[in-house]
Ligand binder design. Structure first.
Ligand code: AMP
Ligand code: ZN
Length: 435
C-alpha cells in the first residue's frame, strides 16, 4: 500500500519534529563530503547547530554553480563503493551537474514516486507507459521504478517515436502515461492526423505531466484531447528527480513531500524568505539522502506556497505551478516576462495549434519580439479573414498579458522545430540579454 496515511497526514508539529531529526542526520552525513567538511569547519557548524527548523538558515545556500565547481566528487558523502547510480540534469542551462545515489537513496526515491502515483489512482492492474527519455535524465528511471514498486506493468517506451507509442498503447491497453506537456500536445495532433480517437480507441485514464513549465490551459487541452486526468509532477535531478512535489486529485497545487525535503521560498534578489502566498524561488534541502545530501539548494524555479490545508487531508504544504525559472525570465522593452505567460495565453485560444516559438531581436536599437504560432490545419486551409481575426485576437490577448505588443506570425502545423525533451521556446538574437 502506498497510501501512507501516517506520513502523509502527519500534523504540522510532528512533521516539524521529524524534519529536525532528519535534518540533523543529513548534516551529519553531509559533513563526510569534502565540500561540507570544509564549509562546516570554517563556519563552525555541526548537527548540534540544529535545534529548531530556523537553524537551517545558519547554513549557506548552494546553487548549480556550486555543484559545477565541486564536480565530480566534492559533494560525495559516502565511499564510492556505496554508490549504485549516477544521474545528471538535462543541462538546459550550461554544463550538466551530476548526482550520486546509494541503494537506499534509490529506494527512498522510488517510495516517493510510488506514493505520488498511488495518490492519483495508479494501481497494480494499471499499464504504465513511460514516454520520457531514459538514461541520465531522471524522468525515465525514476517513474519506472515507482511504477514497478506499485506493481503496475511498466512499458519503458522512452521519448519520441509517436507511431510506436501509439502501437504500444493500442496493443497493451496502456492506462497511465508520463509525458512532457509540449510533447503531449504534439502527440494529440498526431492522433488526430491518424484518425485515432483516444476516447474510443485507447484506454488512457491518467497522465503525469512534468519536467517543464506548463499552464492550466495546456493541462485542459491535454485532458480534453486524450480524455484523461492530467496531474502536475515537479522535481529536479539535484533532489533525485520527479517526486519532489506532485498534485493530488484536488488538482489545486502540488504537495511537496516534506518528510523527504525541506522547502524554503526566498526572494531571488535579497535571498530573504518571502511570506507564504508570495512568489519566490524554491530552495530545497534533502532529508534522507546518503550519497549526496544537499542543503539549501536554490532551484531558480519560481512559485508560490499555498498555506491553506488541502481538502484531500494531506498536511504537506502545496506549491503552485512553476511560473518559470529566474534564468528564463525575459526582459523585453524593459518589461519582465516568462515564456509561460505566452503559453498560457496561446493555449486558451481556440484555433491555436500545438506549438509556438518566441524570437527576440533588435530592430532600430529597440527590442523586437516575434511570436510564431502554429494554427490548426483546417484554419490554415480556410479563409484569410479567419486567419486575420485570429492573428488580431492573439496580438490583443498577448498585449493584455504582457503589456508589450509582439509581432504575431501564424504558421502551418508542424512548421516549428520541436524537441523530443523539454521544449525550447525562446530564441534570443539580441546583442545583449535584457538590455
Ligand atoms: P532536471 O534537473 O533536468 O530534472 O530539470 C529540473 C527542472 O525542470 C526544474 O528545476 C524545473 O525548472 C523544471 N521542471 C520540472 N518539473 C516541472 C514542472 N512540473 N513544472 C515546471 N517546471 C518543471
Ligand atoms: Zn491534496
Amino acid at each position: 500500500m502506498y497510501w501512507n496515511v501516517e506520513k502523509e497526514t502527519m500534523d504540522r508539529p510532528s512533521l516539524a519534529k521529524l524534519q529536525i531529526e532528519l535534518l540533523r542526520r543529513t548534516v551529519e552525513r553531509a559533513a563526510r563530503s569534502p565540500y561540507y567538511q570544509k564549509v562546516f569547519q570554517k563556519e563552525g557548524l555541526s548537527p548540534a547547530s540544529i535545534r529548531t527548523l530556523d537553524d537551517l538558515r545558519r547554513f549557506s545556500f548552494i546553487t548549480k554553480d556550486t555543484l559545477r565547481e565541486q564536480y565530480p566528487y566534492g559533494f560525495l558523502a559516502t565511499p564510492k563503493d556505496e554508490i549504485v547510480r549516477l544521474h545528471s540534469s538535462s543541462g538546459t542551462t550550461g554544463r550538466p551537474t551530476v548526482v550520486f545515489h546509494t541503494a537506499n537513496d534509490i529506494n527512498e526515491w522510488t517510495e516517493l514516486l510510488a506514493r505520488c502515483m498511488y495518490m492519483v489512482g495508479v494501481r497494480k492492474h494499471d499499464v504504465f507507459q513511460n514516454m520520457m527519455g531514459y538514461g541520465l535524465f531522471t524522468g525515465g528511471l525514476g517513474f519506472h521504478y515507482g511504477g514497478e514498486r506499485i506493481g503496475a506493468l511498466v512499458i519503458p517506451a522512452g521519448a519520441g517515436n509517436t507511431k510506436r507509442q501509439i502501437m504500444l498503447m493500442t496493443e497493451f491497453h496502456t492506462t497511465v502515461i508520463h509525458i512532457i506537456p509540449s510533447y503531449a500536445l504534439h502527440f494529440i495532433k498526431t492522433l488526430e492526423e491518424m484518425k485515432i480517437d483516444p476516447k474510443r480507441d485507447l484506454h488512457l485514464r491518467i497522465a503525469f505531466l512534468g519536467a517543464e513549465p506548463h499552464s492550466e490551459a495546456t493541462r485542459k487541452r491535454i485532458e480534453e484531447g486524450l480524455g484523461i486526468n492530467g496531474y502536475n509532477s515537479y522535481g529536479l535531478s539535484e533532489m533525485c528527480g520527479p517526486g519532489v512535489a506532485f498534485e493530488c486529485q484536488e488538482k489545486q497545487g502540488m504537495h511537496v513531500w516534506e518528510d523527504g525535503y525541506i522547502l524554503e521560498v526566498i526572494d531571488p534578489k535579497t535571498r530573504e524568505p518571502v511570506k507564504d502566498g508570495d512568489e519566490g524561488e524554491l530552495v530545497f534541502t534533502s532529508l534522507t539522502r546518503e550519497g549526496m545530501p544537499l542543503l539549501r539548494y536554490c532551484t531558480r524555479d519560481v512559485a508560490v506556497v499555498y498555506p491553506e490545508p488541502c481538502a484531500c487531508g494531506r498536511t504537506h504544504r502545496k506549491i503552485s505551478r512553476i511560473k518559470g525559472r529566474t534564468d528564463d525570465m525575459m526582459i523585453v522593452k524593459g518589461v519582465n516576462m516568462y515564456p509561460i505567460q505566452i503559453e498560457k495565453t496561446l493555449m486558451a485560444i481556440s484555433g491555436v495549434g500545438s506549438n509556438f516559438q518566441i524570437i527576440l531581436d533588435t530592430k532600430e536599437d529597440n527590442d523586437h519580439m516575434i511570436v510564431k504560432v502554429e494554427v490548426l490545419n483546417d484554419l490554415f486551409t480556410g479563409n484569410l479573414q479567419q486567419l486575420n481575426d485570429l492573428k488580431k485576437r492573439i496580438t490583443n490577448e498577448l498585449h493584455t498579458e504582457l503589456l508589450v505588443t509582439p509581432e504575431v506570425e501564424l504558421v502551418e502545423p508542424n512548421a516549428l522545430p520541436r524537441s523530443e525533451g523539454k521544449a525550447v521556446r525562446v530564441i534570443d538574437k539580441r546583442d545583449k540579454w535584457g538590455d
